[in-house]
Write a protein that binds this ligand. Structure first.
Ligand SMILES: [Zn+2]
Length: 311
């Protein structure tokens, strides 16, 4: 029973910087995290990711989007939208990113303790039909559908603590009552969605919970909001699997956000979610890297998260 880390150096081959300058979502993010974790004396099981299949991706995205991303990378297009840079390897790396989540899910279903996936490109802004906001395919969403389809885990709770609202994940599960999407995020902020009134539709009404927070919200207020929202989510859906969209750009030192979380707050949230996973989901918990752009702070913050997973 170990905590699993899924990582592959090929995640650095999605090269996003260009003549126009250095992109904040850059390859060093994941290599620095991996090196830092390796230098810690943590008892971790390192696994290489498998590549997601087309059929895995099409549980969440249109075939039009899948083909568009593949062709754009082959033909040397540099941007899918003004924020989303790509290179010729990006399509393959995006499949490996989604595949990393699938490998992690297989490993926790197979009896490992829990898992963290050090992955890029990130995923939570990718909707069924569109890549955007640094994201090509929605890694966490693809993982949730895979867990249901492959392993018969019927109810999935996704908790997204990235500073940005995961509009893509919300979009994919908006009318679905088998996946609960809970997001705490700075608001108003990119991408503009994530108000309280967005709460799902049809059968999915009540299965999307947005907690918009003003820039400068204190960590104490954030924790109370997190606790309230998590208990509301769990009252509505008893999860068979907990997934974390783990964005570390809600850290106080991140250049892309204005929330005030510190390393200890991420460890605290990790423990809250571990408790939920243990109570309902036989401990099954998979955390997936989303944002986090302060290269000096990110590796140490992630290490606190992983230590909490291991404890
Ligand atoms: Zn973010």
């Amino acid at each position: 029973m170990k905590t699993v880390i899924v990582y592959d150096h090929r995640y650095t081959e999605h090269e996003t910087s260009s003549l126009y300058g250095v992109h904040p979502e850059r390859p060093e993010r994941v290599s620095l995290i991996a090196n830092h974790l390796k230098s810690n004396e943590l008892d971790l099981l390192w696994l290489l990711p498998k590549q997601a299949e087309r059929s895995d991706v099409l549980r969440c995205h249109t075939s039009m989007l899948f083909d568009l991303v593949e062709r754009a990378c082959q033909t040397g297009i540099e941007y899918l939208d003004p924020d989303t840079a790509i290179c010729k390897h990006s399509f393959d790396v995006a499949l490996l990113a989604a595949g990393g989540v699938l490998t992690a899910i297989d490993s926790v279903v197979g009896g490992n303790r829990n898992a963290f996936v050090i992955v890029r490109p990130p995923g939570h802004h990718a909707t069924a039909e569109r890549s955007q906001g640094f994201c090509l395919f929605n890694n966490v969403a693809i993982g949730a559908r895979y867990a249901q389809h492959r392993h018969g885990l019927e109810r999935v709770l996704i908790v997204d603590w990235d500073v940005h609202h995961g509009n893509g994940t919300q979009d994919i599960f908006y009318t679905d009552d088998s996946v609960f999407y809970l997001s705490l995020h700075q608001y108003p902020h990119y991408p503009g969605t994530g108000s309280r009134t967005e709460e799902g539709d049809g059968r999915g009404r009540g299965y999307t919970l947005n907690v918009p927070l003003r820039a400068g919200t204190s960590a104490t207020d954030y924790r109370s909001a997190f606790e309230r929202a998590l208990s509301q989510a769990v009252n509505k859906l008893h999860p068979d699997l907990v997934l974390i969209s783990a964005g570390f750009d809600s850290h106080k030192d991140d250049p892309l956000g204005n929330l005030l979380l510190d390393d200890a707050d991420f460890a605290w949230m990790t423990n809250q979610l571990k408790a939920v996973a243990e109570k309902y989901a036989a401990g099954r918990l998979v955390s997936v890297l989303e944002g986090g752009y302060n290269l000096k702070k990110l590796p140490a913050t992630v290490a606190e998260h992983v230590k909490a997973l291991c404890d």
